[in-house]
Design a protein around this ligand. Structure first.
Ligand code: CIR
Length: 257
């Protein structure tokens, strides 16, 4: 399995108005966020992918979290319908870019009353776990699985209670290996997985991304970086402190396919 392409969107100056569950961390610093975004792109390029960089959308403070607007698979792309009201129109601004990579008959849509955000979708080969969250509802999951099945792919629902999105707490690397934190450590769905258990004090770093054999880990989480290294992966760290302030992590900042 190889990723060839990545889509990112530059942060907007309105970033500080992004939705957050952690106001105590303060507001993101725009200039620093831009630097961190450039470093993130550089890290991705080191993993051998072609990066398409979209212009910022000032009217959507959270639009740099491009992962939530679409799900890209090896067979089709699914344009989402985000459950967060302030983010609901973001997918309209990703479709033209998706069209450069997928034929019209490979592009599908989640429609109201269904809602779904890409942060709730975790790809494990041809199977997709979907978190039922405050952003992704039962109807959104039903539509999503129906679409997957049309393309010979499968999906299943995972309930979650503690985190924003499924991938806030669990992420897939490869070879049945998962990073798991909090409520996902003992979940039935992952009982046969090889697990790298994320310590509570580094829970944010459960959101790492595997890109072509390298794992990109957020900077400042040494236990997670060490655990991933000792599982045999090359590790690149990159700082996402400004995105963390508005609940964003490494996976949220890109679409990888
Ligand atoms: C939000 O609440 O929607 C953004 N502030 C953070 C989105 C993070 N995206 C993700 O986990 N895929």
């Amino acid at each position: 399995m190889m990723f060839h392409n990545v889509i990112v969107r530059k942060p907007s100056k309105t970033l500080m108005e992004g939705i957050t569950s952690a106001p105590e961390l303060g507001k993101p610093d725009y200039e620093l966020a831009v630097k961190q975004h450039d470093a993130y792109i550089a890290a991705l390029k080191k993993c051998g992918v072609e990066v398409t960089e979209l212009e910022p959308l000032e009217e959507f403070p959270d639009s740099c979290f491009v992962e939530d607007a679409a799900v890209v698979t090896r067979k089709c792309a699914i344009i989402t319908n985000p459950g967060a009201a302030s983010r609901n129109k973001e997918p309209e601004y990703i479709v033209d870019t998706i069209r450069k990579f997928y034929a019209d008959d490979q592009i599908e849509y989640i429609k109201a009353p269904g809602t779904l955000e890409g942060g709730d979708v975790m790809m494990v080969g041809d199977h997709f776990y979907v978190g039922r969250s405050a952003r992704t509802n039962e109807e959104g999951i039903r539509q999503f699985i129906e679409i997957l099945e049309k393309y010979g792919l499968t999906g299943s629902e995972v309930t979650l209670k503690e985190v924003l999105h499924l991938k806030t707490g669990v992420n897939y690397l490869e070879n049945n290996t998962f990073l798991v934190s909090g409520e996902f450590v003992d979940k039935d769905e992952f009982k046969d997985a090889k697990k790298i258990v994320i310590p509570e004090d580094e829970a944010y770093a459960a959101n790492c991304i595997w890109v072509n054999g390298t794992v990109i880990v957020p900077e400042g989480y040494p236990k997670v970086a060490a655990a991933v290294k000792s599982a045999g992966y090359k590790v690149i760290t990159t700082d996402t402190s400004e995105y963390r302030k508005i609940d964003g992590g490494l996976s949220c900042l890109s679409l990888r396919f």
